[in-house]
Design a protein around this ligand. Structure first.
Ligand code: ATP
Ligand code: MG
Length: 443
């Protein structure tokens, strides 16, 4: 189900009739011709916008906040663009800090919400403050510029729309409104050059296409096939962040399909890609699919998800096959442990998974045979393991696709119901518990 109503967009603005174009290539949609109201913008973002303008700076909402509001969707976060420098922004907000080397940005924290403030930057590759590597990848980009420069250095036209707090109008320098109306994701400028500058834009194209149900425009789409290999040069820590965003977007199944159809899986999960090319079992394919469906459901129900679970799902076909190959020499748990360590250390060359997650991923794998032990003290011991909940969900997905006997999931579900004190997560909610939970959510 898509969470936006396309009619809102259609009714709320009509690009052709309502925009006012001027010679700077700027089309403006005035307050009465679009659906963004200040009520739909977070208080924190409004505070930032107003303090900047009251201090004599220009300030606009930009990026996903504007795009999603125009589409009638709830934005994930709000980004602000301004002509104040990072130091000026920093000195206006006590709750702020400057981050980033490649791009200097300011994060302003309001409780759990962070407003990201970026200074208008230009996209000139010959500026001394910009640095490219030999493949054309931008290493640093800190040349400040005017708002119209800032618009064209952004990735997609739909992400380059500004909501100007000075007069509540939408500013469009790249034909983004038209693309939004046509549900098209289009890179600004020459697609291959833009992917060379930052190969992560290919993953962003896939994430936004899956999330918004937008088609990737032909040139932006074709260039992915030519530039995919550039992902190998992206720092593995940045790829970790991007992988989590992709698979925790609430559209992981579609993301996975797109990664495969654009031949990008080989640069992110090479062992999985190889296995999928070698005619894997239907059950394993179903398992990965169901694992992603489960993640999407949890995200869309606001339930907790861990990156460890995603890596556990995506690497399981490889770990399982490798452990089977070791099973004539080793018992199942040591075989899984050895296979898990080997698969994980090869994977870490591509995506750097923080240790707390990679350890949990391995624990989920080695817990699997333990679910077969339903006698004596073994179940209680497994129930007390910190990764029990994730390992249990993982086991139920295996059970659902018949990789293990079907009734195990039911057995463990019943077992947990009968152990209320051992597993507070499943305990019936008492008034005291409800209170604790609310309080935790509130801070
Ligand atoms: P969401 O927050 O929903 O994931 P978003 O579009 O706001 O989507 P952010 O990562 O928050 O994405 O980035 C904010 C804006 O910064 C983008 O909309 C885009 O204009 C710009 N941007 C982010 N990453 C890049 C990039 N790699 N290249 C060019 N512009 C970028
Ligand atoms: Mg954003």
């Amino acid at each position: 189900m898509k969470c936006y109503d396309w009619r809102i967009l259609k009714d709320s603005f009509n690009v052709a009739n309502n925009t006012e174009a001027n010679p700077d290539n700027l089309a403006t949609l005035t307050r009465n011709n679009h659906n963004i109201s200040r009520k739909s913008i977070s208080e924190a973002a409004l505070k930032v916008l107003y303090r900047l303008t009251n201090s004599g700076f220009r300030a606009c909402l930009v990026g996903g906040g504007v795009r999603d509001l125009l589409l009638g969707m709830q934005p994930k976060d709000f980004d602000v663009a301004t002509d104040a420098t990072p130091d000026q922004v920093n000195s206006l907000f006590r709750n702020s800090r400057i981050i980033g080397r490649r791009f200097r940005l300011v994060h302003i924290r309001f409780g759990r919400e962070i407003i990201e403030v970026a200074t208008f930057r230009s996209h000139s590759s010959d500026s001394p403050k910009n640095e490219l590597n030999t493949e054309g990848r931008i290493l640093r980009d800190n040349t400040f510029g005017a708002i119209e420069d800032d618009a064209i250095r952004r990735d997609f036209t739909a992400n380059a729309l500004y909501y100007d707090i000075a007069n509540f109008s939408i500013l469009d320098y790249t034909n983004g409104l038209k693309d939004l109306e046509n549900r098209t994701l289009r890179l600004i400028g020459d697609a291959e050059i833009r992917y060379q500058e930052d190969p992560v834009r290919m993953l962003r194209a896939i994430r936004f296409s899956a999330k918004l149900d937008f088609e990737i425009e032909k040139l932006s789409s074709e260039a992915i096939f030519n530039c995919g290999h550039l992902l190998a040069g992206v720092p593995p820590a940045r790829l970790f962040d991007e992988i989590v965003k992709l698979f925790h977007s609430g559209n992981a199944t579609r993301v996975f399909e797109l990664l495969r159809s654009y031949n990008l899986l080989q640069y992110l999960f090479p062992a999985l890609d190889q296995l999928l090319r070698n005619d894997p079992s239907e059950a394993m394919l179903d398992f990965v699919d169901q694992g992603l469906v489960n993640t999407d459901k949890r995200i869309n129900n606001n339930q907790h998800v861990s990156p460890a679970f995603i890596f556990a799902i995506l690497l399981w076909p490889v770990v399982h096959a490798q452990a089977m190959g070791l099973s004539d020499k080793l018992r199942i748990i040591p075989a899984l442990s050895q296979a898990g360590s080997e698969v994980m250390s090869r994977q870490l060359r591509h995506i750097s998974i923080p240790r707390r997650f990679s350890q949990m991923t391995r624990d989920i794998w080695t817990a699997q045979p333990k679910f077969q032990r339903t006698q004596g003290k073994q179940p209680a011991r497994l129930l007390g393991h910190p990764c029990f909940r994730a390992a249990f969900d993982f086991m139920c997905i295996q059970s659902m696709v018949s990789l293990i006997p079907g009734n195990l999931c039911q057995w463990w579900t019943d077992y947990q119901k009968n152990q209320p004190l051992a597993n507070p997560g499943l305990r019936k909610r008492e008034p005291g518990n409800q209170h604790r939970r609310r309080k935790r959510n509130a801070d």
